[in-house]
Design a protein. Sequence first.
Length: 210
Amino acid sequence: MIRVALVVPALAVRVGLRSLLSGSDELTVIAEAADLNELESLSPEADVVIITSASASRSDLAELLSRSDPRPAVLLISEVPEDAQALAGLPVRAWGILPLDTSAEELTAALRALGEGLLVGAPLLMEHLLARRLADEGGDVDSPVEALTARETEVLQLLAQGLANKQIATKLRISEHTVKFHVSSIYTKLGVMNRTEAARVGVRRGLITL
């Protein structure tokens, strides 16, 4: 069971997220708060904390996470691509960013992936972070910031073989949504923006067996 804490100032948004999560038997909402100070006073032991841009500043979130043991994953609900940059580098086990119009199925899959320590994000919201990372690294896409997990390596191998997400899901016996989050995590870790670049970097790094 994945324990979720909602930290959302807007009551309507909080109610909407709670409603989306209520249909899953894999998740349980253990705390709700309007801001991080209120959440801290509740002392929840959440696996994933869902926040919005208005929930807290990056410094406040970093301070809270640094005092948490174990550290939870963080899912940011936002429509602003630049917000993904604020999550990068935080002392967090895993993080993700999704738009407000995320479906219940997508939200559940994202929380499941975060619970496994994966990075997740809608492609349009991750593009700015990837472009920024490439610029900071001088265009060098051959220097991943993190090692791929065993499952991500499997997905990368199949991706390089030209398999579509649905085919990868069937082969690995996981959901297509989970495959999408694995692919998103691979892109972020390798610092690439598409499958061609991921395959090329994977080959150069010895992550793909030809």
